[in-house]
Design a binder for this molecule. Structure first.
Ligand SMILES: [Zn+2]
Length: 434
């Protein structure tokens, strides 16, 4: 007897239709012999697409929906940072919790069952953001896996009091050590910033997830040097020291780096060296195309640069890649959205995908690839994988790309947690009432 059988679904919108049998939160059989199979619950997928639950690998839930209160008039990163500094001084735990909860809820309606969120930790906001997210991590247990990255938005080397606050956040239960490497403007500060991140990660035995090389206005090619491996690297690139430190400290497979916009500004031969170094360090690259398209090139008088990282070059070079949303409707990204399929479509446009089938890769960058970064074991559609699944109304990739993308059912660890955009009663709040 199975807990749940979902009949007549099409894995990735491209494979032959099958049934999925689930027991104890796991996919235990694909296409079980139908005649004598009994299950506590049966769902008829009616030929709809089957996907693993969507995973948002990079967002900022503590800032979600602040665009409704705060207008970033210039649209620049500089103004976003200064307005956020003002706003977060007034953050309360309840305010952060309410906004973050709304983003989790909106994501779940769209099939997002795991989220890694960066949360600001610094002397301005203290630990209020982390406290709110820790409460939500517990409240959503069983429906959405939430990982909290303690994020020094204002830097560690430049704001030394932050390191002790980060330590306290990790003691309270934050999962991952964050970093903001591109805040450093010279190689010495960059190394200090990176070293502080590794110091904390080693002390607490946590993974690392940094923001790196966001700035596309720096001249990364001015200073280039040959390193111990005999290859030439731009001195100003944060991921170069990050990767070398990762290898030196034995952190391979435990570090991810987001943005990497600067990879689009350096010549292909230097870029190939950096890509190969990232592969050897087994650093995961997290692309945030929607965010970069919005933020970068804003003041270019003609030919606005996009600042989107070289996702396909990284993938072809053997680097693990994933794609996140970055901010959700805040002063950094007023048009960011918790809907990961929308994000995948924007990313497909920005990263120059070609064929309809390539979109399956893009869906992997939003499901199995980020799940691996988050350490969610055995994630996917195979037997033995966690039963984190979406069944869509759409019966094919074409139908999904035509706009039919709402999930019919969202299944987490074998339980239906959302149905036709209504979230299961356990997690019900007034706004979800039928
Ligand atoms: Zn970010």
């Amino acid at each position: 007897v199975f807990d749940l059988i979902i009949e007549n679904v099409v894995p990735w919108g491209s494979q032959p239709a099958c049934s999925v049998a689930i027991r104890d939160g796991l996919v235990v059989a694909l296409d079980p012999p139908s005649a004598d199979v009994s299950a506590a619950r049966r769902l008829d997928g009616a030929g709809g697409m089957l996907l693993p639950g969507l995973v948002n690998i990079h967002t900022h839930l503590d800032k979600a929906y602040l665009a409704e209160r705060i207008v970033n008039i210039s649209g620049t990163l500089t103004e976003a940072r200064s307005r956020m500094r003002e706003a977060k001084a007034a953050f309360t735990v309840a305010d952060v919790r309410a906004r973050a909860d709304r983003a989790i809820r909106q994501g779940l309606r769209c099939g997002v069952t795991a989220i890694r969120t960066h949360v600001d930790v610094d002397p301005v906001v203290g630990l209020r953001g982390v406290e709110a997210l820790l409460e939500l991590r517990t409240a959503w247990q069983g429906a959405v896996d939430l990982q909290i990255v303690a994020f020094p938005q204002e830097g560690l080397a430049l704001e030394p009091r932050t390191e002790e606050l980060l330590r306290e956040a990790l003691r309270l239960g934050a999962d991952v050590v964050g970093g903001h490497l591109s805040i450093a403007r010279d190689p010495e500060t960059l190394r200090a910033e990176t070293d502080a991140v590794f110091r904390l990660a080693a002390e607490f035995d946590r993974d690392i997830d940094v923001h790196a090389d966001i700035d596309i206005d720096r001249d990364y090619v001015r200073d280039v040097s040959t390193h111990a491996d005999g290859l030439r690297y731009p001195d100003g690139l944060g991921v170069v020291y990050l990767a070398e430190k990762t290898i030196a400290d034995g952190f391979q497979g435990r570090v991810s780096a987001a943005h990497l916009s600067a990879l689009d500004t350096i010549p292909p031969d230097l870029r190939a060296n950096v890509v190969d170094l990232l592969r050897r360090a087994n650093i995961a690259a997290v692309a945030l195309p929607a965010s970069n398209l919005y933020t970068h090139g804003r003041e270019d008088p003609t030919g606005a640069r996009r600042g989107v990282t070289r996702l396909l070059d990284l993938q072809r070079g053997g680097v693990r890649v994933a794609v996140g949303t970055d901010n959700i409707r805040d002063p950094f990204l007023p048009f960011g959205n918790a809907d990961l399929v929308q994000n995948a479509i924007v990313a497909a446009l920005a990263c120059h995908l070609v064929r309809t089938e390539d979109f399956i890769d893009m869906l992997r960058f939003h499901t199995t690839a980020p799940a691996k970064i988050m350490g969610l074991a055995d994630y996917g559609l195979a037997e033995g994988c966690a039963a984190d699944l979406l069944v869509l109304h759409a019966r094919s990739l074409d139908a999904m790309l035509d706009g039919e993308r709402a999930p019919h059912w969202v299944v987490k660890r074998g339980r239906v947690v959302a149905e036709s955009a209504f979230i299961a009663s356990l997690y019900l709040q007034e706004d979800d009432g039928a």
